[in-house]
Design a protein. Structure first.
Length: 342
């Protein structure tokens, strides 16, 4: 059977796929945190093989068919924190990244997907603190927030006063979101109250800027540690919990993500507070993006597919999504270098 891809998109929209393009998130309160309480996680012991079994079947339990895939990939674009965190970042590179964040898909693809006139941007741009001002300027009027890493990213091994000062600097430069890193040693030595105090102090330094806590899960040794660190980060007031810096030996994985979203679910049950999730590091393909979106939909529900509660931290994902959408529209793949910056 010959399928006209553009017609398929239009048909899918009529058939209801467009529902997946409609934002459903209601504005929700920030996570104010709660008092430290180790009893929320002390008894938790994560069964690695059960987690691996669950994540191995994720993509087979729910398949996202062609027309819907396009809609879901558009959702994925809206969730990307388009990132550059390199030692050779320049204002020019940041400006190019911001231009891509404003218009993440080529105009012909936007038109073919029936999305002309609809606001389509990435979730945010994520940069180092000294690049925040350039990003804020380049994104002026776009509504795309600027996220800054801080607190001695990626290792977090600088004195606490400097880490807090770095947050205040980035906020002062105009950052709307701050991605902090935790002291892994607090987790590895089981010093949960020290971890809580550190994150709570960072949350205070963020002021109105939303805070994402990077747990650097690849450094934390066990999934039980990942669960416990997630719960402490939420108790201390993190608005998002995030897997990785992108610099650890192992970055975002589905098993780690499952444990973190279950912690978010447990925190929600105890506090009625919705905390966001950001897998980051090594997420490069449209297929990966779909797997994570399925995880969010299955474990936390539709609202956690929106940028208010879900982001991908990724420097290279957008290029593959654009390529797959081009294939969807034209039936052909383009060379990767046609999708430059992202
Ligand atoms: O927070 C974002 C990560 O650093 C991005 O990692 P990536 O370059 O592997 O996509």
């Amino acid at each position: 059977m010959n399928v006209n891809p553009q017609q398929a998109v239009a048909d899918a929209a009529k058939a209801g796929a467009a529902r997946d393009l409609v934002r459903v998130t209601q504005p929700h309160a920030r996570n104010e945190g709660v008092a430290f309480d180790a009893s929320w996680f002390d008894a938790v012991d994560i069964n690695l093989s059960a987690v691996e079994r669950r994540t191995a079947t994720l993509a087979t339990r729910r398949t996202v068919k062609k027309d819907w895939q396009a809609a879901w990939l558009v959702k994925a674009i809206e969730a990307i924190d388009l990132t550059t965190l390199a030692g050779d970042d320049t204002p020019g590179r940041v400006a190019r990244l911001c231009a891509k964040a404003r218009n993440p898909l080529r105009a012909d693809l936007v038109a073919a997907l029936g999305l002309s006139g609809r606001r389509l941007t990435t979730g945010a741009v994520c940069v180092y603190p000294t690049m925040v001002k350039d990003a804020v300027k380049a994104l002026d009027g776009s509504g795309v927030p600027v996220a800054s890493v801080a607190t001695g990213f990626p290792a977090g091994l600088t004195p606490m006063e400097q880490r807090l000062a770095e947050i205040r600097y980035a906020v002062g430069e105009g950052a709307h979101e701050i991605d902090i890193v935790i002291t892994r040693a607090h987790v590895l030595t089981g010093n949960w109250s020290a971890l809580y105090d550190e994150i709570a102090a960072m949350r205070e330094a963020c002021g109105e800027a939303h805070m994402k806590a990077i747990l650097a899960t690849g450094d934390l040794k066990t999934l039980t540690n990942v669960y416990r660190a997630s719960m402490v980060a939420m108790q201390a007031g993190s608005d998002f919990i995030k897997t990785s810096t992108g610099m650890e030996g192992v970055n975002a994985t589905l098993p780690v993500s499952l444990v973190m979203v279950r912690a978010i679910r447990d925190y929600l049950a105890r506090t009625s507070c919705k905390v966001g999730f950001k897998p980051a590091g090594g997420i490069r393909t449209a297929k990966d993006a779909l797997s994570w979106l399925i995880l969010m939909r299955e474990e936390l529900g539709r609202e956690w597919m929106e940028p208010e509660l879900f982001r991908f931290g990724a420097s290279g994902l957008l290029a593959d999504i654009e390529r797959q959408l081009e294939h969807f529209v034209t039936g052909r793949y383009s060379a990767n270098d046609r999708h430059g910056v992202a």
